[in-house]
Design a binder for this molecule. Sequence first.
Ligand code: FAD
Ligand code: SF4
Ligand code: SF4
Length: 479
Amino acid sequence: MADDLLKFVSIEQEMPSKRVAADRRLDFSEIYAEYVPDAAKEQSSRCSQCGVPFCHIHCPLGNNIPDWLRLTAEGRLEDAYEMAASTNNMPEICGRICPQDRLCEGNCVIEKDFSSVTIGSVEKYIADTAWDNGWIKPIKPRAERSESVGIIGAGPAGLAAAEELRTAGFQVHIYDRYDRAGGLLVYGIPGFKLEKDVVGRRTGRLEQSGITFHMDFEVGRDASLSDLREKHDAILIATGVYRSRGLKIPGVGLGNVREALDYLVASNRKGFGDKVPEFDDGSLDANGKHVVVVGGGDTAMDCVRTAVRQGAKSVKCLYRRDRDNMPGSAREVKNAEEEGVEFVWLSGPEAFDGDNTVKTVRAYKMRLGAADVTGRQAPEPVPDSAFTLECDLAILALGFEPENLPALFGAPELRVSRWGTVTVDHQSMMTNLDGVFAAGDIVRGASLVVWAIRDGRDAANAIMKRLTASQTKKQEVAA
Ligand code: FAD
Ligand code: SF4
Ligand code: SF4
């Protein structure tokens, strides 16, 4: 191996080139270019092929990272893709949107002065190359199985489970209340992080593989959970979390104080060319407005950067902690700053002022006090520190909670935690209802795409085990 690898001492870290901020402010296309083949080889060759690879340990999917880096360094890209796809159903998507600085790359052991291997960009390169070369084909199961599985939710958890189950020959039906498959991959995350055709080619392949998609189908409206249980041998609930966390301050009910997801869904729909009345009448369009986004997570980063692209007059992000203590990815904050977003750190909103619509946000400064139960320093208001910000559109990005699924699904017996997440047995991934499994954000609370994929894969394995065991039992009884 030695000739192709261990080159971190002689080759510097190099990300794929990033479009200049002045250009990227004008459209919703992704901001990073693809590696050229030589650069991907070179960057992969920086890996030192650790005996105990911390990158792999800190990847939620347990990706065999050193192996596919070695294959890329050797120019064996088809093998590299096979290896990457054996643990990840969407390598090109994770390569684009995982917070690598907190996961694989953040744990790469290459000494800090030399900078980590650019694992995410190589993963994206390998998988995009596989698509470009036609190496990714529809699934052809070795043998068909008669049992059917109903999956509620076409987000990454549901899609990953569907792929695993179809590969094993099961009859898979996905039900989703949206008109397009992908969940937050299509309607939450903006195109400048993840272009929509990247998601579309994955869902298209699943359709070509014999998976049946029932779109515009809302469980709770078009069928109850028990209707679906009667139709299928197993059910997977993968519905994500969609109820926005509220803010109880004066003026929060004014017309131009909006929820982050409503804003992002409208923008993503416009990107597809859909008719979106609330965007078309200007209420969810930031063009020409002073925009204030409240929150410091990835959703807030997506909102501020969307507002910039829509032509906002100014975009400010109000966050109650400081830069070092914000939950959003450091890389995204840097991208937002380059694009002209102003961060108002250590600040919280006190009221939205205006007659029918907000004209200003009244805010106050915060400081970090004693650590709370989670170990994070709790922010507290600084006395007499009030200030105001001009505002024509306020967007609340304060996180998400689950909807009341037992009520929504007409299944009061479905057990949920006190936060409303569905409770599963972590060995079997099964809820308290026989044959009903759950995965993704609806189990974990708002999390990451890579964890949703992991959960979807685990749930699929648990479903296969159960259906195989019951098939074997039936055969034994019949014999
Ligand atoms: P979802 O993706 O939410 O999919 C759930 C699906 O279930 C949806 O399609 C929904 O329509 C459907 N559904 C819900 N209820 C019903 C019902 N009653 N009947 C039928 N269908 C139903 N993660 C990252 O790793 N990187 C990022 O950069 C990132 N950015 C994000 C940006 C935003 C704005 C948001 C909101 C989240 C972001 N995340 C990011 C988090 C990530 O998107 C989620 O963790 C992930 O999508 C969860 O996957 P899931 O399959 O559990 O749920
Ligand atoms: Fe890193 Fe995410 Fe890829 Fe795992 S899936 S190797 S965490 S980018
Ligand atoms: Fe290579 Fe870094 Fe992983 Fe070690 S930790 S195997 S150097 S990518």
